[in-house]
Design a protein. Structure first.
Length: 311
C-alpha cells in the first residue's frame, strides 16, 4: 500500500513534523469512515461483497493470496500461499501439511457456500507441535490485515439519539451496536429480500444473504423508535450511523482469544457476554437488553483458545 505523506502545519515542531509526515491520512480516513444508512446502501450496490458472512470472508481471505497445484504420488494437491506467511518473512509458515490444510479450506468453502457447515464449530485436533496454534494465529492475523484492505472492508453501525430520545439507550446520546451487526439487518425481515432485489444489491451469480435479526439491545432500540415514529421506518434509520470496522484481536473486535480452564470454573461469559449489574437499578430487570454487556468478540469469525485448537 502506498504511503500518502501528510503535510504538518507550519506551527508543528520540526521533530514531531517528521513523524507526522509519515502518517497515511488517506488510509486513516478510509478505515474510520462513517456515514448515513443511505450512503451505506450506495456502497452495497457498488460492492455487495462487504455483506459477506464470516466464513465467506475467511475463505476469500485465504484465496486472495493465491494457490499452487502439484502432483504427489499421482494425487493432485493444492498448496495455499496464505499458509506460507510470506508477508511476514515466513515466520509462521507451515510445511508438510498440505492435505490437512486442504481439508481445512474445504470446510471454509463449504460453510461459505451455505452447505450446512457454517452452523458448526471448527475443531483443530492433533498432537503437540502439529501447527494447530500456528494455523489459528495465521487466520487471526490474516483477518486483521484483510479487514484493513478495500477487498476485506466491513461495516457496522451506531445509534445516534437526540436528548429527548436518549432514555431509550439508558441516557447515552450514542449507542454502539454491541454485536457489530450488519447494517442491512435494519431492513425488516419480511421486506428484506424484496428490498435488496429492488435496490440491485447482489446478483444471481453473487447473491447476498442477510439472515437473522438485530441483537436484543439494538432490537429494543429499533422497536422503541418505531413506536415513537408510529411505524415510520424511514425516520428510524435516520438515527443510524454506519461506520467502517476493523478486526482486532487486541481490542476483541471480531476476534477473541480465551484461556482454557478447568471445566468446573470455565466462565462462558468470555464468549457470550455478561450482565452489567450497575444498570439493573435503572432498567429494573436483568432480562432487559441494556443491562447486558457484550465482552465477547462480536461477530467473531474465529474465537480461539490459548492453544488455538478451537475456531
Amino acid at each position: 500500500m502506498a504511503v500518502t505523506e501528510s503535510k504538518p502545519s507550519s506551527d508543528t515542531p520540526p521533530l514531531i513534523g517528521k513523524i507526522a509526515a509519515l502518517q497515511n491520512q488517506k488510509e486513516y480516513a478510509e478505515l474510520n469512515w462513517s456515514g448515513t444508512f443511505e450512503e451505506y446502501l450506495g456502497i452495497c450496490r457498488k460492492n455487495p461483497a462487504i455483506t459477506r458472512t464470516a466464513f465467506q470472508r475467511v475463505y476469500d481471505m485465504v484465496l486472495s493470496y493465491g494457490q499452487e497445484e502439484y502432483i504427489d504420488n499421482k494425487k493432485r494437491l493444492i498448496r495455499y500461499n496464505f499458509f506460507k506467511d510470506e508477508h511476514h518473512g515466513g515466520r509462521d509458515a507451515i510445511y508438510g501439511l498440505d492435505i490437512p490444510l486442504m481439508r481445512f479450506v474445504s470446510v471454509l468453502q463449504s460453510a461459505a457456500q451455505r452447505y450446512g457447515t457454517e452452523r458448526r464449530v471448527v475443531l483443530l485436533h492433533g498432537p503437540v507441535g502439529s501447527s494447530k496454534s500456528t494455523i489459528a494465529r495465521l487466520v487471526k492475523r490474516g483477518l486483521e490485515e484483510y479487514s484493513r484492505t478495500p477487498e476485506g472492508a466491513l461495516y457496522t453501525f451506531d445509534w445516534v439519539l437526540p436528548e429527548n430520545l436518549s432514555h431509550i439507550a439508558g441516557g447515552a446520546p450514542e449507542f454502539h451496536c454491541p454485536m457489530h451487526e450488519e447494517p442491512l439487518r435494519m431492513i425488516p425481515r419480511e421486506n428484506r429480500d424484496r428490498a435488496l432485489l429492488e435496490l440491485g444489491i447482489g446478483s444471481a451469480q453473487k447473491p447476498v444473504f442477510i439472515e437473522g435479526d438485530l441483537d436484543p439491545a439494538c432490537r429494543m432500540i429499533f422497536r422503541e423508535l418505531m413506536a415513537h415514529y408510529k411505524g415510520n421506518w424511514g425516520e428510524v434509520v435516520k438515527h443510524v450511523r454506519v461506520r467502517r470496522m476493523v478486526f482486532s484481536e487486541q481490542d476483541r473486535v471480531g476476534i477473541g482469544t480465551f484461556q482454557p480452564k478447568d471445566e468446573k470454573n470455565q466462565d462462558s461469559t468470555e464468549l457470550t457476554g455478561d450482565i452489567n449489574y450497575r444498570k439493573i437499578a435503572e432498567f429494573g430487570s436483568d432480562s432487559d437488553p441494556p443491562p447486558s454487556t457484550s465482552t465477547a468478540s462480536s461477530t467473531s469469525p474465529i474465537a480461539a483458545s490459548s492453544n488455538s485448537s478451537r475456531c
